[in-house]
Design a protein around this ligand. Sequence first.
Ligand SMILES: [Fe+2]
Length: 229
Amino acid sequence: MKTIKYYIIAGLFALSMASCGNSNAKNNENNNSKNLKEMKFEKVALPYATDALEPVISKTTIELHYGKHHQAYIDNLNKLIVGTEFENADLETIVKKSDGAIFNNAGQALNHNIYFTSFKANGGGEPQGKLGEAIVAQYGSFDKFKEEFNAAGATVFGSGWVWLAKDASGKLFIEKEPNAGNPITKGLTPILGFDVWEHAYYLDYQNRRADHLKEVWKIIDWEVVSSRY
Ligand SMILES: [Fe+2]
């Protein structure tokens, strides 16, 4: 009987230690997320509901792309810069000056901040004002510009971006960038970027990247995008 009692007490003690361990693990988890929150970079707030861009970009894609992929770039960046020369730098400076893993995550953090703020429900149409005029002056028409931009996006080999960018004189450039590339590394200002990583379109368009690119124009918030010119 004494032996049974001993086993019951030992079992209860082990259970209580395990539960204490779990609670410590949970505390550590909370501390980690709190630390991350206190760190510098956060992803840009999504200026629309996750289903607002349907059917061009589905709610599921936004939830994964913005909620998981973009968050991971931000979290990785915040961890990677600790103790480096970039710890107190702004995001654009990090993209311009870093390489390797820090560049990859900083580039993607910046790229997705620009990308997710370029859209709105029932967007589309054509840019007005100076950007609209510059596009027509340089490419002949907005449709010709779109054609050239789409062709560039469709032919980025593997993962990457296609960008509309400008130089200091206002001249426009369509730039194909691999992986986390952003035209600011070439001294240009990014105005509009289409993400051609498969995570941006595969759930909705599978391998039909060109079809996705044609549709994205329907959700552009030209007021926001034109303000970058
Ligand atoms: Fe992406």
